[in-house]
Design a protein around this ligand. Structure first.
Ligand SMILES: Cc1ncc(COP(=O)(O)O)c(C=O)c1O
Length: 365
């Protein structure tokens, strides 16, 4: 057996969960509503399908390589110079590239202990050390993160809003944090769910990007834009950082249809506004109803809710599946049992609540 790199020893591959096709067969269901991966239940802009249908004749050609057309649109949308952008095969790829470009073996990256897991995995693969700081009641502990920064620190990750808890870091706290972090440490603010936020205390860090050359902002077309299947994300950062990431990236990292779909989806901001509005309405409704049922979801600014549970609740998981609903059960440090549920359409959320109400009446959750 040929030995792989030492960093991969003992690492558990990410398990995307059982396929909905397999689950449909096992539970004899005609359909399953996915409430497990924080996708947009309303699909994507209808214009995307049309654009793809009209552009299927160029599949024999390589894509552009730097997505210059998409960058131009994003630059206008965010009011940022074009040399601050880099497009990735999902924002996952940008996390990978940040670790690849900046982590030498032994370097450290600081992050919350319950946050998007790819930060840690990519840092470990490059031979770095992931230093984790416990969340406080589901919120980032910014002082705790600052305390862990030392000479070895290269990156600090803030997932804002945080996956899996859905909470945000407030505007002033985030600004003070950015000012406190030494300029030779990259601050990566992952804003994958920014478009879902309704709190006025939220800072979109693009607005301060030009003041902090060590700030990197990540966004994605996988969530509210409804294009998870086409894999497009983007980062905004100082041009010198973008240059380094470009050196580390594959040449044709984003496919032709992905770029086309992202451009089309970006131009349909009505769809985004509608998705955000409906999501916020449903989020408030579900949050209140779950509280009434005696549960304590974290206050979320995203398209999902994290609900701590009393026990492993495999019966609850099964009952949801039997009702055609797939959620994500997960434990977090200090919260041995919990569920992350992506908000669905009104009908799907009602069905979810019925099952939750039944279980809470039985005092099982
Ligand atoms: C916080 C966060 N960042 C990044 C990603 C990766 O998104 P994608 O690679 O689909 O752009 C996700 C996906 O769930 C996420 O939750």
């Amino acid at each position: 057996m040929i030995k792989p790199r030492i960093q991969l020893e003992g690492m558990i591959p990410f398990h995307p969960g059982e396929s909905t096709e397999d689950l449909k067969i096992r539970y004899q269901l005609s359909s399953i509503d996915k409430m497990s991966d924080n996708e947009n239940p309303y699909g994507t802009s209808p214009n995307v399908k049309e654009a793809i249908k009209k552009n299927l004749d160029n599949l024999n050609f390589y894509p552009s390589g730097n997505c210059s057309k998409l960058v131009n649109l994003l630059a206008e949308y965010h009011q940022q110079p074009i040399d601050r952008f880099i497009i990735g095969n999902g924002s996952d790829e940008l996390i990978h590239l940040l670790a690849r470009a900046y982590i030498n073996p032994g370097d450290e990256a600081v992050m919350a202990d319950a946050t998007f897991p790819r930060y840690q995995t990519n840092v470990l693969i490059e031979g770095g050390r992931a230093v984790t700081v416990p969340l406080k009641e589901g919120f980032h502990d910014l002082d705790g993160l600052v305390k862990e920064i030392n000479e070895q620190t290269k990156l600090v990750f803030i997932c804002n809003p945080n996956n899996p808890t859905g909470t945000i870091v407030g505007r002033q706290n985030l600004l003070s944090f950015i000012q406190t972090v030494p300029p030779d440490v990259l601050i990566v603010v992952d804003e994958a769910y920014a478009e879902y936020v309704t709190s006025i205390d939220y800072l979109e860090t693009t607005s301060v990007l030009d003041q902090y050359p060590n700030l990197v902002v990540l966004r994605t077309f996988s969530k509210i834009y409804g294009l998870a299947g086409l894999r497009v994300g983007y980062g905004m950062m100082h041009p010198d950082i973008a240059k380094e990431l470009t050196k580390a990236k594959d040449v044709f990292n984003v496919n032709y249809l992905g770029e086309l779909a992202a451009m089309t989806a970006l131009e349909d901001q009505d769809f985004i506004k509608q998705s955000s509005f409906t999501n916020a309405e449903q989020r408030e409704y579900l949050y209140n109803q779950l509280q009434r049922a005696g549960l304590s979801p974290f206050p979320s600014e995203t398209n999902f809710l994290f609900i701590p549970l009393k026990d492993p609740s495999s019966e609850l998981y099964e009952a949801l599946l039997k009702n055609g609903l797939l959620v994500k059960m997960m434990s977090l440090p200090g919260i041995p049992y919990g569920m992350r549920v992506t908000l669905g359409t009104k009908e799907v959320n009602q069905r979810f609540l019925q099952v939750m109400n039944f279980f809470s009446k039985e005092s099982v959750v």
